[in-house]
Design a protein around this ligand. Structure first.
Ligand code: SF4
Length: 107
Protein backbone atom coordinates (compact mmCIF):
# COMPACT_ATOMS: atom_id res chain seq x y z
CA UNK A 1 0.00 0.00 0.00
CA UNK A 2 2.67 2.47 0.97
CA UNK A 3 4.66 1.32 -2.08
CA UNK A 4 1.79 2.29 -4.35
CA UNK A 5 1.59 5.64 -2.65
CA UNK A 6 5.32 6.07 -2.96
CA UNK A 7 5.23 5.17 -6.67
CA UNK A 8 2.40 7.61 -7.30
CA UNK A 9 4.22 10.33 -5.44
CA UNK A 10 7.38 9.60 -7.42
CA UNK A 11 5.41 9.71 -10.65
CA UNK A 12 3.81 12.99 -9.64
CA UNK A 13 7.18 14.47 -8.72
CA UNK A 14 8.62 13.40 -12.08
CA UNK A 15 5.75 15.01 -13.90
CA UNK A 16 6.11 18.19 -11.88
CA UNK A 17 9.83 18.26 -12.58
CA UNK A 18 9.22 17.72 -16.29
CA UNK A 19 6.56 20.43 -16.33
CA UNK A 20 8.84 22.83 -14.48
CA UNK A 21 11.61 22.09 -16.95
CA UNK A 22 9.47 22.46 -20.06
CA UNK A 23 7.38 25.47 -18.98
CA UNK A 24 10.10 28.06 -19.72
CA UNK A 25 10.77 26.42 -23.08
CA UNK A 26 7.08 26.50 -23.98
CA UNK A 27 6.82 30.14 -22.87
CA UNK A 28 9.89 31.02 -24.93
CA UNK A 29 8.49 29.32 -28.03
CA UNK A 30 5.14 31.08 -27.57
CA UNK A 31 6.83 34.48 -27.23
CA UNK A 32 8.99 33.79 -30.27
CA UNK A 33 5.95 32.78 -32.34
CA UNK A 34 4.08 35.91 -31.26
CA UNK A 35 7.06 38.13 -32.07
CA UNK A 36 7.72 36.57 -35.47
CA UNK A 37 6.52 38.79 -38.29
CA UNK A 38 3.79 37.44 -40.51
CA UNK A 39 4.85 36.15 -43.88
CA UNK A 40 4.91 38.69 -46.68
CA UNK A 41 2.66 38.25 -49.67
CA UNK A 42 4.74 37.04 -52.58
CA UNK A 43 4.10 39.18 -55.68
CA UNK A 44 4.42 36.02 -57.76
CA UNK A 45 1.69 34.14 -55.91
CA UNK A 46 -1.67 33.59 -57.63
CA UNK A 47 -3.49 35.65 -54.98
CA UNK A 48 -1.13 38.58 -55.55
CA UNK A 49 -1.25 38.30 -59.32
CA UNK A 50 -5.05 38.35 -59.19
CA UNK A 51 -4.92 41.93 -57.88
CA UNK A 52 -1.64 42.95 -59.59
CA UNK A 53 0.07 43.33 -56.21
CA UNK A 54 3.55 44.80 -56.35
CA UNK A 55 5.93 45.60 -53.51
CA UNK A 56 6.77 48.95 -55.12
CA UNK A 57 3.83 51.16 -56.09
CA UNK A 58 6.10 53.14 -58.43
CA UNK A 59 6.31 50.10 -60.67
CA UNK A 60 2.50 49.82 -60.93
CA UNK A 61 1.56 51.53 -64.19
CA UNK A 62 -2.15 51.75 -63.37
CA UNK A 63 -1.72 53.07 -59.81
CA UNK A 64 -2.90 56.60 -59.04
CA UNK A 65 0.13 58.74 -58.24
CA UNK A 66 0.86 58.64 -54.53
CA UNK A 67 -1.31 55.63 -53.79
CA UNK A 68 0.45 52.94 -51.77
CA UNK A 69 -0.52 50.27 -49.31
CA UNK A 70 0.41 52.67 -46.50
CA UNK A 71 -2.43 55.02 -47.46
CA UNK A 72 -4.93 52.35 -48.48
CA UNK A 73 -8.10 51.90 -46.43
CA UNK A 74 -7.45 48.15 -46.29
CA UNK A 75 -3.95 48.46 -44.83
CA UNK A 76 -3.77 47.59 -41.13
CA UNK A 77 -0.12 48.32 -40.41
CA UNK A 78 0.93 50.93 -37.89
CA UNK A 79 1.74 54.44 -39.10
CA UNK A 80 5.31 54.52 -40.35
CA UNK A 81 5.60 50.74 -40.53
CA UNK A 82 7.51 49.16 -43.41
CA UNK A 83 4.95 46.41 -43.75
CA UNK A 84 1.67 45.35 -42.25
CA UNK A 85 -1.45 43.25 -42.59
CA UNK A 86 -3.91 43.82 -45.40
CA UNK A 87 -7.55 42.83 -45.24
CA UNK A 88 -7.49 41.07 -48.60
CA UNK A 89 -4.53 38.86 -47.64
CA UNK A 90 -5.53 37.29 -44.31
CA UNK A 91 -2.59 36.11 -42.22
CA UNK A 92 0.00 37.79 -44.43
CA UNK A 93 1.55 41.21 -44.68
CA UNK A 94 2.20 43.60 -47.53
CA UNK A 95 4.89 46.22 -48.01
CA UNK A 96 3.80 49.73 -47.03
CA UNK A 97 5.31 50.92 -50.31
CA UNK A 98 3.32 48.34 -52.24
CA UNK A 99 0.14 48.64 -54.21
CA UNK A 100 -2.58 46.51 -55.79
CA UNK A 101 -5.65 47.06 -57.94
CA UNK A 102 -7.89 46.84 -54.85
CA UNK A 103 -6.39 50.03 -53.42
CA UNK A 104 -9.09 52.12 -51.73
CA UNK A 105 -8.85 55.66 -50.45
CA UNK A 106 -9.03 56.13 -46.71
CA UNK A 107 -12.14 57.92 -45.45
FE1 SF4 B 1 -2.04 47.29 -50.49
FE2 SF4 B 1 -4.54 48.14 -50.22
FE3 SF4 B 1 -3.94 46.36 -52.10
FE4 SF4 B 1 -3.91 45.66 -49.55
S1 SF4 B 1 -5.71 46.32 -50.74
S2 SF4 B 1 -2.36 45.16 -51.08
S3 SF4 B 1 -3.17 47.52 -48.57
S4 SF4 B 1 -3.21 48.49 -51.99
Amino acid sequence: MSRTYSWSRRSLLKRLALGTTLAPLAASLTRRAAAAPAMLVSPGSPEAKAVQYTEDAKSAHTAQPGSTCANCALYQGADGSAQGPCQIFPGKEVKAAGWCSSWAAQM
